[in-house]
Structures are given as structure tokens and as C-alpha cells.
Ligand binder design. Structure first.
Ligand code: 0A1
Ligand code: ZN
Length: 878
């Protein structure tokens, strides 16, 4: 295993390589157990490196078959080969070639990194350091090479052979074998290399780019599933058009291929011209996929496509710069989805994810900066902080300098760094130049971890007609960063009058910034608004203009003013969430139902009467209470998950009962007999209808169960069927078990649908769930070898079942720890990710904290851990 030493890699130690690989010609002969790779590498000394030093190529579990230097077989004393390394002691001074033959066993590759098999197909995953499992190479992102790849395979086994770039030749190779040659003219790091071979069906189309070039676009899937890939193909074409329209970026090859495989460690991968996807993010039909699945497919197809410019044409100098491609590309895919669907609803959904994932990470032992300064295992840094907070940083940058300067900065970046491996500093400098601003302080967002808390206090002087807003910020310490400096926090704001009028902001208050944006860049600031005719309600952080926690001393009545009148939809939603959060927190404190909150129910009733018809998707977001994890984060320390669950349930029951009549009425109004279309409008209506069902069932369980059962059985689409099953899953009894059994029977041949069924059961907040889980692990459809199965069953339990993972007796922790250890030998990446479920253990009450720590120590103390799991367990305990 590589990196067994657990060495720390540091940003400050970066230096260029001593050699460059300008061209790589690969000949890959696919075989189930003995795939041979003949790699001819064209090397030369790097002018920026040290002269005349040995050449050290990376490997991982490789077996060298033969080696030639400048086409002459290498003498044994000229090199040293191990599974982890190939050292050429004295490489030629002039440009030279290495011809390296390796042999690997793709069937035995359970880590799913490098070349492996998914079902009967061959595929690759090279990011971050998987290429070294195929051949010896300078496996780092600042070595850019032009790749030509010949792939050879049994024609029967693998009639389809795909590589990066454009197809240049194909033909018979004798003995039942055939070959294809692919050439990618764009120099790229080897983490973007990919091949696929297998028996696959495809859907294909043509896309004409803005300059009139024809591109053949295709999605490849398992035989018989082509129909289910049409939505993905459509999303791809829309992504291509959007990137031209919004960023002026055109596609650059003759073909663009997407391949769906069922065994994949992550969501998808942006290999040049040959994206490889977890099939969960490609396959969809009305019967098998929910509206949320469709939205995910659209977003991830877009994300991988957008990487062609942000990631591939311009890549990262080193893995510390990961957010350079990931944060930026997430920002781009978020904008795409916002344009394709509802911008406000998309923003709310994104902030929910940010808070659930990134805020949780940022407040615990795994907190790290958007650009980490050190790592032991880079696979553990594909995190919510790098991705989601990375996207927030880009969003803040745009808010600070405005849309026009932002676009000029992007253009400059593309122009200046195309074809190179860039850094965050180089990226930020483009925006400083384009906007004429000093972004030095702003760039600290990349360096400083932790979620700032912004506190706001307002004071209205009726006589002087002035409103003063005092703002402060603090960022709590995070591992390795005990002292924090103030961040640059753009606060988009407005003042709302009691009857809903938007009060004009006196220009002086936000002078020097974009209209409506105040920039808090010191520990505190006071803003004074003049000519304020009445006591206003401040609406701060509109659109969630910065990834911070906001503390503000608003009365419930004031929050309800914002809920009703704020011109900013995000803050409307946020105010409703805050009111609900407070009600749940009161119930946690009291342990009994809080005094019925009429105002909240009345406000929701009024809201539904005004907005349910015109904006159902938004209304559905408003009806969804904050999650248990949201409440736990709000409490912050000594959390008792059972108390949180009970309190939230109390509030939900009460609200459901208070609004039962309206919910039932709305539910039936929204019933539609029109055929299912996975568009935003239809999805919005279904979301609201299912939110009504959920809340109604909490208030009126018996009627709710009946309604849910009827919907479950009558539904003509997975969104409605699965939502009903979700409601039933929270109502103990025979109906639930019947529905679960009917569901698994109906979809017994569809692994992706059974994943939903696994996941739902893993999230049932009852003590029997752990036993249910053990039983489900013996289900014929379950397999520890498939990451999607593991994530649906075990991952859902660990990440999304707050009460049962955190059982007071520690049995949930023990179970997950056992699973992590069992998985580690097979697939360390998936094991390490599962272990991050412990990231919030320090905020639990003492008994659970002790149990969690015990389980973590058991994992950490197990001999022979992978670097991945050793790193997560070590940091979690630090
Ligand atoms: N670059 C991909 C994420 C990714 C990272 C590592 C992988 O290895 C298993 C796979 C995918 C993205 O951002 O979509
Ligand atoms: Zn990405």
C-alpha cells in the first residue's frame, strides 16, 4: 500500500518536477485478470527543475514486465522497480523515451481506482492518484501530456472501446480481438485519463457549437437501458448551450461521451471527452427516479461538462488547489440549475446542503480551509468545504465586484491560463485586475477555516429617523488555527417596513460597495441609515450572501414580517425556518409540547393561501421543518439527539394538527392526473403536495396513513410513490411493512430503486432499526462491494439517522465502526467517507461522546489501516 508511512504533504514544499512528459502513447490490451499496458513516454528535463537527477515515477500495486530507455532494453542496474516506484538512476540528458510494460488485474481491483471492472465492463478512475495503478508516471496535476491511446479487447466481451479525445482508428486485431485508437490533442494531467471497454448501448445526438462545429454527444449505459439515459443526454446539450451563453465557453473535441457504470466511488468524473458516471446520476425514468434524482442528474451532468474549461483546459498546479476547479465548477453548476429551474428554490436547496454538510464539517475535528495547507491522503479532501464552501467563495467574489467585473475576470482567467496548471493566487489576481480591487484580504477565505458568526443589533431612533445597525464577527478556532482574523463578509441587506414596504437605503450606508451590499471586513462596524420613516425590520444576508451564521435579535413578530413581506425569497424562507427552529428549541428545553404557537400556524396558513398556487416549489421548502441535524447544530454542545427528535416531532405534530384542514385541501387541489413530466413546474407541485401529506400525517396519523397508502399504490411515478413510502416509514405498524414489501417486490430487479428502499429503512428513527439493518445486509440485492449499496444502507444510517446512529448505548457507533473496518480492506475510500459520520461527535452529551470516542479509538487502533481511514480516524480524535 502506498504512503504507508503516512507522510504529510505540505503546500509550502511544492516544487516543479525535474522531468516533463510531453507525450504518452499507451497500448492497453484488456484482459480480465492480466491486462497489459505498454506505455511509451516522451520525456525531457524540466527547465524549472533540478538538472541531472534520477527520475522517480509513481506506481501503486504495479508489476513491471519490461522497460526500455530510448527503445533499448534497460540494464538491470539502470533502474529500480517496486510496486510503488520506478526509479531511473541516470536518465539521458537529451529528450528521451521510456517504454514501460506493466501488468495489472482489473478484476481484483476492489478499490475502484485505476483500471477496474464494473459488471462486465472495464473502466477507469484516475483522480486523484489512480493513474499510477495503470502505469508508472509522474502522477501529479502539473505534468501535462498529450495522450494517444490504443485499446484492444475481445470483440465479444467489449464491442465498445472508448478513450479520451477523438477517435482516430479502429479495426480487427485478429484472434477475435479488435482495437480502437483515440487521440486527445489537449495536453492534460494523467488524472483526466480514461478508457472504457464493454458491451454498452448508447443514445446519441449532435450538438452544434456557437462557432458552428458539429459534436457527436452520446451517453453509454448497460444494454437495455438506453431509454433511461435520454434525460441525461438532454441535460448535457442544455449544459453545452448554457456554457456558451453565460461564460462564452465552447466545446473543443469532435465527440463528447458519457458512460454510466454501477460501481463508482463518487458521483462522476470529468475525464477529458469521456466522463464516467455513477449510473445513479444518469439513469432515470418516471417509474424509477424521483424529481430530486432528475435534478441531481441535471446538476452533475452539468458539473462534469463544465469541468471541461474549469478543471481540464485549466487544471490545478497541485492538489492543494483542488477548490480552483471544484469550488468554481460547483458555482457554475449551481448557476446553471438556477437558470434552468427556480433561482430562489435552488439557492435554498444549496444552502440546506451547505449547512448540513459544510457547517457540520467546519465545526468539528475535520475542519480545514477551502485550500488546505497539508494532507496525508488527498482522497479525504474531496469535501463539502472544498466543493460547497469553495463555491460560496466564488459567489461572494461575484457579489463583491459585481456581475460585469466577475465576467471580465473569468474571461481573463480563461485567456491567460488556458493550457496550464494554475493556482488560487493566479485565479484571484484575474479578478483583482478586472475589478481594480485589492482582493488580498478577501483571499483569506481560502486560508482560514471555520464558520464566522455575524452578530447584528439594531436600534431605531424615532426622533432622528435613523436606524443604526451594529455588526460584529467572530470565527471560532479550528484544528491548527487557534487564532482567527476577521473575514471579508459581503452582507446583502434591506430594511423592511412594518407593512412590508422596502425602505430606501441611504446611499452612505453602503458607500463604496455594490448597491445593497455592506462589506464587513473588520471585527465590528456600525451602519447608520438616515431618513428611515418607521422602525424597520432588517433583512440581512439576503440570498445567503456569505457562508456565515447570523445572530440577530429579532422578535417573532419581526421575523413574521420578513416571512410575509421580504422582497428576498431566501430571507422569507429563512425567517420561517428561524421561527420553527425557535419553537423546536423551546420544546427541547421544556421537554413538553410548547404552548401552541398560533402565530406561526396563522402565518403559514396565510402564506399557503397566497403563495401555494403561484410558487409551489417555494411553498414546499417553507413547509419543510429544519432537520434534526439543523437543530443539533443550533444547540451546538451536549446534544441529546433523542431530545431533539422528540421536540421536533412535537412541533411537527402540533403544526400538522393546526393546519390539517388546509393541508388536506391543498393536497387534493394539487392532485394531478396529467402524465408525469420531470420539469421544474411539475416537480414543484409534487413537492408541495408531498410536503402537505407529510405534515398532515404528523398531525392526523390515522388519516395520513390511509392517504399515504392510497398515494403509494396509485402513483404513476417514483416521486409520489416514494414520498408516500417515506411518510409511511415514519408510522410504525402493519401498513408500513406491507408497503415496504410491495415496493421491494415491484422493483426487485432495479438496484438503484432498491437503494432508495435500503436508505429509507436505515433512516427510521426507532431502536429496532439497527436489527432491521443487520437483516437487510443479508438481502440478496445488498453487497459490500458496491459503493451505492453501502452508502444507501450503512451510509444513510450513519449520516442521516441522528437518533439511531447516536444511540445512547453506543451500538450504532459500534456497528458503523465494524462496517468501516470490514470495508477498509476492500475499498478504503468508501470506508473513510463512511467514518466521517463521526465528524460531529464532540458536540454530543457526555455519555454518547464517550461511546463515540471509544468506537473511534477502536478503529484508530486497528493494525493495517489504509492511509485513508488512518487519516480520518486520527484527525477525528485530535
Ligand atoms: N472530480 C470529480 C470528483 C471525483 C473525485 C475523485 C474520484 O475518485 C474516485 C472520483 C470523482 C468531480 O468533481 O465530479
Ligand atoms: Zn468536480
Amino acid at each position: 500500500m502506498r504512503d504507508e508511512s503516512g507522510a504529510v504533504i505540505r503546500l509550502e514544499d511544492y516544487r516543479p518536477t525535474d522531468y516533463l512528459i510531453d507525450r504518452a502513447e499507451l497500448d492497453i490490451r484488456l484482459d480480465r485478470h492480466a491486462t497489459r499496458i505498454l506505455a511509451k513516454l516522451h520525456l525531457r528535463a524540466n527547465p524549472a527543475g533540478r538538472p541531472a537527477v534520477p527520475l522517480v515515477l509513481d506506481g501503486d500495486e504495479l508489476r513491471l514486465v519490461s522497460l526500455a530507455i530510448d527503445d533499448v532494453p534497460a540494464a538491470p542496474e539502470a533502474f529500480e522497480a517496486s510496486p510503488e516506484r520506478l526509479v531511473i538512476h541516470a536518465p539521458p540528458a537529451q529528450p528521451f523515451t521510456l517504454t514501460i510494460e506493466t501488468e495489472i488485474d482489473p478484476t481484483a481491483n476492489t478499490k475502484l481506482m485505476g483500471l477496474y471492472r464494473s459488471g462486465s465492463a472495464y473502466c477507469t478512475q484516475c483522480e486523484a492518484e489512480g493513474f499510477r495503478r495503470i502505469t508508472y508516471f509522474l502522477d501529479r496535476p502539473d505534468v501535462l501530456s498529450v495522450f494517444t491511446t490504443r485499446i484492444e479487447a475481445d470483440r465479444d466481451e467489449a464491442p465498445v472501446l472508448l478513450g479520451n479525445g477523438n477517435p482516430v482508428a479502429a479495426g480487427d486485431a485478429g484472434g477475435g480481438r479488435h482495437f480502437a485508437i483515440w487521440h486527445d490533442p489537449f495536453p492534460k494531467p494523467c488524472y483526466l485519463f480514461a478508457i472504457v471497454g464493454g458491451r454498452l448501448d448508447k443514445v446519441a445526438d449532435r450538438f452544434t457549437t456557437m462557432s458552428g462545429r458539429a459534436v457527436e454527444v452520446a451517453v453509454y449505459v448497460e444494454p437495455g437501458k438506453a431509454e433511461d439515459a435520454t434525460y441525461a443526454l438532454d441535460a448535457l446539450k442544455r449544459s453545452m448551450a448554457w456554457d456558451e451563453r453565460v461564460f462564452g465557453r465552447e466545446y473543443d473535441l469532435d465527440v463528447f461521451n458519457v458512460v454510466a457504470v454501477s460501481d463508482f466511488n463518487m458521483g462522476a468524473m470529468e475525464n477529458k471527452g469521456l466522463n464516467i458516471f455513477n449510473d445513479k446520476y444518469v439513469l432515470a425514468s418516471a417509474e424509477t427516479a424521483t424529481d430530486a434524482d432528475y435534478a441531481n442528474i441535471e446538476a452533475i451532468i452539468a458539473h462534469e461538462y463544465f469541468h471541461n474549461w474549469t478543471g481540464n483546459r485549466i487544471t490545478c498546479r497541485d492538489w492543494f488547489q483542488l477548490c480552483l476547479k471544484e469550488g468554481l465548477t460547483v458555482f457554475r453548476d449551481q448557476e446553471f440549475s438556477a437558470d434552468e429551474r427556480s433561482r430562489a428554490v435552488k439557492r435554498i436547496a444549496d444552502v440546506r446542503v451547505l449547512r448540513a454538510q459544510q457547517f457540520a464539517e467546519d465545526s468539528g475535528p475535520l475542519a480545514h480551509p477551502v485550500r488546505p495547507r497539508q494532507y496525508r491522503e488527498i482522497n479525504n479532501f474531496y469535501t463539502a468545504t472544498v466543493y460547497e464552501k469553495g463555491a460560496e467563495v466564488i459567489r461572494m467574489l461575484r457579489t463583491l465586484i459585481g456581475d460585469d467585473a466577475f465576467r471580465r475576470g473569468m474571461d481573463l482567467y480563461f485567456d491567460r491560463y488556458d493550457g496550464t496548471a494554475a493556482t488560487i493566487e493566479e485565479f484571484v489576481a484575474c479578478f483583482a485586475e478586472a475589478s481594480g480591487r485589492d482582493l488580498g484580504h478577501f483571499a483569506q477565505w481560502y486560508e482560514q477555516a471555520g464558520t464566522p458568526t455575524v452578530n447584528a443589533r439594531g436600534h431605531y431612533d424615532a426622533e432622528a429617523k435613523t436606524y443604526r445597525l451594529a455588526l460584529t464577527q467572530v470565527t471560532p478556532p479550528t484544528p491548527g488555527q487557534p487564532e482567527k482574523a476577521p473575514q471579508v463578509i459581503p452582507i446583502r441587506l434591506g430594511l423592511v417596513g412594518g407593512s412590508g414596504t422596502e425602505i430606501a437605503l441611504s446611499p452612505a450606508a453602503t458607500a463604496g460597495h455594490m448597491p445593497g451590499v455592506f462589506v464587513l471586513d473588520g471585527p465590528s462596524a456600525t451602519l447608520t441609515f438616515t431618513n428611515v420613516p418607521e422602525k424597520p425590520v432588517p433583512s440581512l444576508l439576503r440570498g445567503f450572501s456569505a457562508p456565515v451564521r447570523l445572530e440577530i435579535d429579532l422578535e417573532e413578530d419581526e421575523l413574521l414580517v420578513l416571512f410575509r413581506y421580504d422582497s428576498d425569497a431566501f430571507n422569507q424562507w429563512q425567517s420561517a425556518q428561524t421561527v420553527a427552529t425557535r419553537a423546536i428549541l423551546r420544546a427541547v428545553g421544556a421537554g413538553t409540547p410548547p404552548a401552541p404557537d398560533r402565530r406561526m400556524a396563522d402565518a403559514l396558513r396565510h402564506f399557503l393561501s397566497m403563495r401555494a398556487g403561484s410558487d409551489p416549489a417555494f411553498a414546499a421548502q417553507v413547509l419543510a421543518l429544519p432537520t434534526e441535524a439543523d437543530i443539533a447544530r443550533e444547540i451546538g454542545h451536549d446534544v441529546d439527539p433523542d431530545a431533539v427528535h422528540r421536540a421536533r416531532q412535537l412541533v411537527k405534530v402540533e403544526l400538522g394538527a393546526a393546519l390539517a384542514a388546509e393541508l388536506a385541501e391543498l393536497y387534493s387541489q394539487l392532485s394531478s392526473r396529467e402524465p408525469y413530466v420531470p420539469d421544474a413546474a411539475g416537480a414543484g407541485r409534487r413537492a408541495l403536495r408531498n410536503a402537505c401529506l407529510d405534515l398532515f400525517a404528523a398531525g392526523r396519523p390515522a388519516e395520513g396513513e390511509e392517504l399515504a397508502m392510497r398515494q403509494f399504490r396509485d402513483a404513476d411515478n417514483m416521486t409520489d410513490r416514494f414520498a408516500a413510502l417515506g411518510v409511511l416509514s415514519h408510522l410504525p405498524g402493519a401498513a408500513r411493512e406491507t408497503a415496504l414489501a410491495e415496493f421491494s417486490e415491484r422493483f426487485r430487479n432495479n438496484a438503484l430503486v432498491l437503494d432508495k428502499w435500503f436508505s429509507l429503512q436505515a433512516m427510521i428513527p426507532e431502536p429496532e432499526t439497527l436489527e432491521r439493518l443487520r437483516g437487510l445486509m443479508r438481502h440478496p440485492a445488498f453487497s459490500m462491494g458496491n459503493p451505492n449499496r453501502v452508502r444507501s444502507l450503512i451510509g444513510s444510517f450513519a449520516m442521516a439517522n441522528l437518533t439511531q446512529f447516536n444511540r445512547a448505548d453506543g451500538a450504532g457507533y459500534d456497528f458503523v465502526a465494524d462496517m468501516v473496518l470490514a470495508l477498509d480492506a476492500r475499498n478504503p475510500q468508501v470506508a473513510a467517507r463512511l467514518l466521517t459520520a463521526f465528524r460531529t461527535w464532540k458536540m454530543l452529551e457526555p455519555r454518547r461522546r464517550a461511546e463515540a470516542e471509544k468506537a473511534l479509538r477502536r478503529v484508530a487502533g486497528t493494525p493495517g489501516l489504509s492511509p485513508d481511514v488512518a487519516d480520518i480516524s486520527g484527525r477525528s480524535l485530535s
